[in-house]
Design a protein around this ligand. Structure first.
Ligand code: FAD
Ligand code: UDP
Length: 366
């Protein structure tokens, strides 16, 4: 190891772990993976709590993708348990399906519409928009203001601390509207959970003799000490540059875990609360993990302005500031930025894996 490492990778989440694994196994490169938390797997980290219930420490993570290449890639490191996520929203005192579908509207309004009639119901209420630019436009142009107010406005204000009209359309567009009875949260071709959890999957990805993992270490503590030829950075891009152009906004969350002495508490994986409580949603872990246990853990998500940076905030001025940082990043020959925080993109896990696999193909060889 006299020559040090070929790559120093910052962050042991999906972006860092995929690149470490590819460089080690496909190019026989030596990688030092540095992570400031005391565990691998980034925000996908899961662990068994004191009662032996498997929990996702950074909120519920459901794997779904249409990309066969991503699913096949991860399948090298885990077996899967098929899981289709279902969510109910508490609206007007009733638990109804979200994404809004035929049953949502029929239940809320005591109707018996067909799919065609529901399409007409939406059309009669939809507001005309020349262009769909914001998270308000996208919903009111499809279903009208009343359903927007019931399902999206309060949730979005709570989650982001912003009005939907202050956010890009892409945010609420993540949640579709349906005229059939499909009540799955996602419709991707591949929907499954790692059979033994995310952390176990990461452990297998990183179990290569060319990969060394250093936990509880900020890369800045070792970057000068450990020789390396190229740096791969998956932390917040503005932090890399010492916030020299000003801080990029992020949204944070606080998680509250509550243990129940019963095997099952709620009918679906998640319940959303658009108009009640300080939390946005609560998720029963065992629906996701499939674990058999006589206790059950629910996680409640409380949005916060301060704290770990979990979400980039998609809106034009933030995009512009990110682009300014990206221009600085492009000038650095020996540094590559990747991941949700490294490229300031509201990416799901599969999108981060796809981005990392693509980055691997174009990464400068050293
Ligand atoms: P991260 O997982 O954030 O990893 C980056 C790592 O870098 C972190 O561990 C951090 O500690 C480390 N780091 C940063 N700076 C430094 C430094 N200076 N030195 C050392 N280490 C550093 N996606 C889905 O597909 N399905 C879901 O259901 C889903 N649910 C989610 C729920 C919540 C509440 C959140 C917040 C996200 C969810 N996601 C979900 C998104 C998913 O978490 C991300 O897409 C994915 O984890 C991003 O991987 P990453 O490697 O880019 O970043
Ligand atoms: N959203 C909403 N009501 C809901 C669910 C989602 O208003 O019942 C909006 C909200 O702005 C949220 C966004 O749609 O942040 C994306 O929702 P998703 O469930 O994809 O959020 P994530 O799982 O990434 O936190």
């Amino acid at each position: 190891m006299a020559d040090g490492f070929d790559y120093l990778i910052v962050g042991a989440g999906f972006a860092g772990a995929v690149l470490a694994e590819r460089l080690a196994s496909q190019r026989n490169r030596r990688v030092l993976l540095v992570e400031r938390r005391d565990h691998i797997a980034g925000n996908a980290y899961d662990e068994y709590d004191d009662n032996g219930v498997l929990v996702h420490r950074y909120g519920p993570h459901i794997f779904h993708t249409n990309a066969r290449s991503v699913f096949d890639y991860l399948s090298q490191f885990t077996a899967w348990r098929p899981y289709q996520h279902r969510v109910r929203a508490l609206v007007d005192g009733r638990l109804v399906p979200i994404p809004i579908n035929l049953d949502t509207v029929n239940t809320l309004y005591n109707l018996d519409l067909s799919s065609d009639e529901l399409e007409a119901f939406f059309a009669a209420r939809a507001e005309k928009r020349e262009r769909i630019e914001t998270s308000e436009d996208v919903v009111v142009a499809r279903v009208g203001r009343e359903l927007f107010e019931k399902f999206f406005r309060g949730y979005t204000r709570k989650q982001w601390g912003l009005e939907p009209k202050e956010l890009d359309a892409t945010v609420t567009a993540r949640v579709p509207v349906r005229t059939n009875r499909d009540d799955r949260y996602f419709t991707d071709v591949y929907q499954a959970m790692p059979l033994h959890g995310y952390t176990a999957m990461f452990r297998r990805m990183l179990a290569h003799p060319n990969i060394k993992v250093m936990l509880q270490t900020d890369y800045r503590e070792v970057a000068e000490l450990v020789p390396h030829k190229h740096l791969i950075y998956t932390g917040p891009i503005d932090e890399y540059f010492g916030h020299s152009l000003g801080p990029l906004p992020y949204r944070s969350l606080e998680f509250e875990f509550v243990t129940h002495d019963e095997a099952q508490v709620q009918e679906t994986g998640t319940i959303n609360y658009p108009n009640d409580h300080a939390y946005t949603r609560r998720t029963e872990m065992k629906h996701l993990t499939g674990q058999k246990h006589d206790r059950s853990v629910l996680v409640y998500e409380y949005p916060r302005a301060e704290g770990d940076p979990y979400y980039p905030v998609p809106r034009p001025e933030n995009r512009a500031l990110y682009e300014a940082y990206a221009a600085k990043a492009a000038e650095l020959e020996h540094v590559t930025f990747v991941g949700r925080l490294g490229t300031y993109r509201y990416y799901n896990m599969d999108q981060v894996v796809a981005q990392a696999l693509k980055t691997f193909e174009t990464l400068p060889d050293v």
